[in-house]
Design a protein around this ligand. Sequence first.
Ligand code: SF4
Ligand SMILES: [Zn+2]
Length: 132
Amino acid sequence: MRQEHKRLQRERRTVAVMIGIYCADHHAATADSLCASCQEFQEYADRRLEKCPYGDDKPTCANCPVHCYKPARREQVKRIMRYAGPRMLLKHPVLAIRHQLDGLRKAMHPKSLSRDQRLQKAGKTPPAEPRG
Ligand code: SF4
Ligand SMILES: [Zn+2]
């Protein structure tokens, strides 16, 4: 199994924290366990992140030109992030600020990347040899 990029790890944690905040305030969940619906949504988000084509250059999902979520899921994640984003600043300020900074990244659509760039992002080839 290839090693997961730091950006993906951070996004996974951010999404989990946001779902946790949303679920704790809206559903009958405890602080450390999600309701069945949010649990299922988190698993969906994890699967999306596993297949994310961006690697370390990942934008936040909200700013992604691909947006690989199904439309209903996309609405769901927007709802969760709108609610949990400002609250995360109080409970997890470092994670929240990193997420804001990650949101400033611009990402090209994967189709615009060359094949070599895509392979490199996926960690399947070493960086190109310097010329000269
Ligand atoms: S929405 Fe974009 S950034 Fe988020 S997991 Fe899907 S492809 Fe990756
Ligand atoms: Zn819930």
